[in-house]
Design a protein around this ligand. Structure first.
Ligand SMILES: NC(=O)c1ccc[n+]([C@@H]2O[C@H](COP(=O)([O-])OP(=O)(O)OC[C@H]3O[C@@H](n4cnc5c(N)ncnc54)[C@H](O)[C@@H]3O)[C@@H](O)[C@H]2O)c1
Length: 361
């Protein structure tokens, strides 16, 4: 990308916190271009070797502590890429220094923490974004644009699957075939609902506010069942639309399986890894959806830092609402009941919606 097309001649100086799989897979390729939007100055990871490796690749310095990574006068923004248990610590440290923040999904440990982080970021008056990475993939991005534009009329329902394979052996034991199969994902905080759930809830964002959720979770692994690795979710939306989704780590034969279809009064949209396709009553044959502008999560965050409110990324507020839906999914899986997500706008950020839990509409 040319400097003129991004609207600023200088890259934004950042500190990077956490230097694991997501950094290697998503950040390094975008930051290693000849003309990057962000220049990483310091890298902190509790694993010093991981920090050294990424710092070396980016021409940055590996910092011995979070404080020393952030206390660099040049740094204006922070990328938070640790597992979610440590997002709050790094986000607060960044906000205390009035630094813009890009945080990996999910924003916090749970909805309450995500709401608290959203409020803190608003209070600090900085740009804040959470990386729901599928927003920037061609298929989901094209489908999202069509839904936002009302291309299929009133949405009736969304259904589909986001599933991954190669997590377990044929005997149901942890496999080491995936680069992202780090130990925490097999542990109690690494369940598939908190890992893939935020993405599928974000797919549904164009359908409106979630009014109710219903869910089941299960673990199919042979060893101790530390967390769920397959789940079925149903969501109901304020406009009457419904969604039905499977998230799983048992997609045998796939590294990742993505297949979503949305049906509406005037047409349908499908999207998968290959792209998005549209059928409408006006043009009744399946055709490729128009591509949307090639935007990455870093171009979106760069726009957010420049104060462009149309950056297309999820703000901390969006991510807090997403986290409250994920909370409701997990609650519902435990209770067996229909659950209502709490809202981000109530005084405590945790007040339930007005209708009683247990009845749908
Ligand atoms: N947006 C996406 O599509 C996407 C994809 C993968 C992962 N993620 C998210 O990215 C985050 C990291 O996931 P990952 O796959 O890179 O995990 P990972 O385990 O591969 O890497 C995490 C890194 O953080 C480091 N770390 C742990 N605690 C730390 C702390 N307190 N301070 C500094 N560093 C610390 C670890 O040593 C490790 O190097 C998670 O929130 C995950 O959900 C997002």
């Amino acid at each position: 990308m040319s400097t003129s097309s991004r609207g600023s001649s200088d890259p934004v100086d950042v500190a990077l916190v956490g230097a694991g799989n997501v950094v290697r897979a998503l950040y390094l390729p975008l930051l290693s271009t000849p003309d990057p939007l962000f220049r990483v100055r310091s890298v902190f990871d509790v694993d010093g070797a991981a920090a050294q490796h990424v710092a070396h690749a980016l021409g940055a310095r590996a910092a011995p502590s979070l404080r020393e990574a952030l206390d660099d006068d040049r740094v204006r923004a922070v990328f938070v890429c640790t597992p979610k248990e440590w997002h709050a610590e790094a986000v607060h440290a960044a906000l205390d220094r009035s630094l813009h923040v890009l945080c990996e999904k999910p924003l916090g440990r749970d909805g309450a923490e995500a709401v608290e982080l959203w409020r803190a970021a608003e209070g600090a008056g900085v740009a804040h974004m959470v990386n729901f990475a599928y927003r920037f993939r061609a298929g989901p991005a094209a489908a999202r644009a069509l839904l936002r534009a009302g291309a299929i009329g009133r949405v009736y329902h969304l259904h589909g699957t986001l599933a991954q394979g190669r997590w377990f052996t044929a005997q149901g034991l942890p496999a080491r075939e995936r680069r992202d199969a780090t130990p925490w994902r097999y542990g109690p905080t690494g369940g598939v609902v908190s890992d893939l759930g935020p993405h599928v809830v974000d797919f549904c964002a164009p359908l409106g506010d979630v009014l109710w959720t219903q869910a089941w979770t299960s673990s199919l692994r042979a060893a101790e069942q530390a967390a769920e690795d397959v789940a079925g979710l149903s969501l109901g939306f304020a406009g009457g639309a419904v969604a039905h989704l499977l998230v799983s780590r048992w997609a045998t034969g796939h590294h990742e399986k993505l297949s979503i279809e949305v049906a509406g009064s005037d047409g349908s949209v499908v999207f998968d890894r290959a792209g998005a396709r549209l059928w409408t009553r006006h043009s009744p044959e399946w055709t490729g959806a128009p591509a949307v502008a090639d935007r990455t999560f870093l171009t979106a965050f760069h726009a957010a830092v420049r104060g462009d409110g149309t950056h297309g990324g999820a703000t901390f507020r969006d991510a807090a609402a997403n986290a409250l839906v994920v909370d409701a999914i997990l609650r519902g899986a435990r209770s067996g009941q229909v659950e209502r997500p709490l809202t981000v706008t109530s005084p405590e950020g945790t007040a339930p919606r007005s209708r009683a839990a247990g009845s749908r509409r």
